[in-house]
Design a binder for this molecule. Sequence first.
Ligand SMILES: Nc1nc2c(ncn2[C@@H]2O[C@H](COP(=O)(O)OP(=O)(O)O)[C@@H](O)[C@H]2O)c(=O)[nH]1
Ligand SMILES: [Mg+2]
Length: 121
Amino acid sequence: MYTLLSGLYKYMFQKDEYCILILGLDNAGKTTFLEQSKTRFNKQYKGMSLSKITTTVGLNIGTVDVGKARLMFWDLGGQEELQSLWDKYYAECHGVIYVIDSTDEERLSESKQAFDLPLHP
Ligand SMILES: Nc1nc2c(ncn2[C@@H]2O[C@H](COP(=O)(O)OP(=O)(O)O)[C@@H](O)[C@H]2O)c(=O)[nH]1
Ligand SMILES: [Mg+2]
């Protein structure tokens, strides 16, 4: 009976959690994207001033609730030394968002290289 009730409780109230990786070169706009998403979907979240966003060191996690789903965004640092960590997170995530600065033409090929990297570790 307990199993049944706790199962029902989970079904009613617990959200399905999904982990989404946000990847891309440093300075591509990953943290800005995350902050914008949080501001848009979390009504109580006021949002930090976009000009205050500085280089992400390590991991920046943001949670966004959409309907019955809870999305946990993992914003990883894009610096070259950190790119080797990307594939470690691949196995654990449900989705990947790859951010490209479309105005930074000089780094487009670098971005493609970094994009290919975790697929062929
Ligand atoms: N004009 C413009 N600037 C942006 C946009 N997205 C990010 N930026 C700026 O690009 C810089 C790097 O953004 P950030 O989110 O820190 O990149 P990250 O290193 O990938 O996390 C910051 O100065 C942002 O304000 C955008 O869509 N338009
Ligand atoms: Mg960042």
